[in-house]
Design a protein around this ligand. Structure first.
Ligand code: DX5
Ligand code: ZN
Length: 214
């Protein structure tokens, strides 16, 4: 399967958002980092901006919730019209219930794992998931350095997927760049998230193709 790229608008120039989105022709997905200042020490944006982005692009929208009460975000985001939604394993008691609720809205459901959270915490729910979001930085900011132990985590997840004949996709988020993308793809990642590598370059499509390895 070809690697997909999810461009994270966190590093986009919000004062020229329409232009920024137009320059992302080669991206497969638009990744939206919602932060609440509680689960992570940063605030990003909320529903008004997500709605605005929805009206500016037809690409699938992938909301990554870095918030303490992800349950309350599902309905409003479903109304706006997103296609992918992940919440952090560290933020919920009832992950199974929340995954079912997301899927009931016909949205792909994923769970994100902080760098220090073990894959084993997902053992019982992996068969229900459309994707796992492997954090390769501590969430909260773009332009941080890739944490190398994420490679082992991706490899382990890919092995589990194969041995248990599961279908979840593996999305990797944080510090992805031209220097490490080949190793991340080789470890078994299906979707690479990127903010600073794309928005810090002159030619976004070229930066995206570099991440895809084409
Ligand atoms: C980090 C966010 C990431 C971030 C990635 O908390 O979840 O999606 O935007 O930024 P880069 O690609 O610059 O590490
Ligand atoms: Zn993210």
């Amino acid at each position: 399967m070809n690697t997909k790229i999810a461009a994270s608008v966190l590093s986009a120039d919000f004062s020229h958002l329409a232009d920024e989105l137009r320059r992302l022709q080669s991206t497969d997905i638009i990744h939206l980092d919602l932060m609440d200042g509680h689960f992570v020490p940063n605030l990003s944006f909320g529903y008004p901006l997500v709605s605005c982005i929805r009206s500016l692009t037809e690409k699938p929208l992938d909301a990554h919730l870095m918030v303490t009460n992800p349950e309350s975000y599902v309905e409003p985001l479903a109304k706006i019209g997103i296609q992918w939604l992940s919440f952090h394993q560290e933020t919920v008691y009832h992950s199974h219930r929340l995954v079912q609720e997301i899927k009931a809205h016909k949205i792909k459901a994923g769970i994100a794992l902080n760098p220090a959270t073990a894959i084993a915490t997902l053992d019982a729910i992996l068969p229900e998931l459309d994707f796992v979001l492997v954090m390769s930085v501590n969430p909260g900011y773009s332009a941080q350095s890739f944490i190398p132990s994420a490679i082992d985590k991706i490899r382990s997840l890919a092995r589990i997927r194969e041995s248990q004949k599961l279908n979840f996709q593996i999305e990797v988020d944080g510090g992805v760049n031209g220097g490490n993308c080949a190793a991340i793809r080789a470890a078994g990642a299906d979707i690479l998230v990127s903010a600073s590598h794309i928005f810090g370059s002159q030619d976004y499509d070229l930066a995206i193709n570099t991440l895809k390895g084409i």
